[in-house]
Design a protein around this ligand. Structure first.
Ligand SMILES: [Zn+2]
Length: 136
């Protein structure tokens, strides 16, 4: 069965089909990887500052919907981005905007975390470590 390159519509050569390639050439392969990356990371079209702000506000909405009181830092150099209050206890939250690789694997934060809770904000979900139910 002939397979069609999803980038240019040409027939994928047999030696590439044997490797289960979805593109006709390395050039189309690179474009396909780029397309997958942008589909997995819709916020990647924004600057790092803007995608960081989007991640912070998404986390604020998520924490509010989990019943926390949320406080937002006014200084970008603060040791945490947010603070949450629940049952008279205050916890520091650091927000990290994370992207997926073209193969769908999330990148891990590289810098050490200075807060109590890390909010890893991916395009489709937010993962808290340690998990939020520890603070309920
Ligand atoms: Zn092609």
């Amino acid at each position: 069965m002939e397979s069609i390159c999803s980038i240019c519509g040409k027939i994928i050569p047999e030696h590439r089909q044997r490797r289960r390639a979805k593109s006709c050439s390395d050039k189309c392969g690179a474009l396909l990887q780029k397309r997958k990356y942008h589909q997995l990371n819709p916020y990647s079209v924004f600057t790092q500052n803007v995608s960081g702000a989007i991640a912070e506000y998404r986390t604020i909405i998520d924490l509010l919907s989990h019943g926390f009181e949320v406080f937002h830092s006014v200084n970008p150099g603060s040791p945490c981005d947010l603070a949450i209050l629940k049952n008279n206890k205050l916890f520091r939250v650091e927000v990290k905007s994370l992207r997926y690789s073209a193969s769908g694997v999330p990148y891990k934060p590289t810098k050490p975390i200075r807060a109590d809770i890390l909010a890893s904000v991916m395009p489709d979900k937010i993962i808290y470590s340690p998990p939020l139910f520890n603070y309920g």
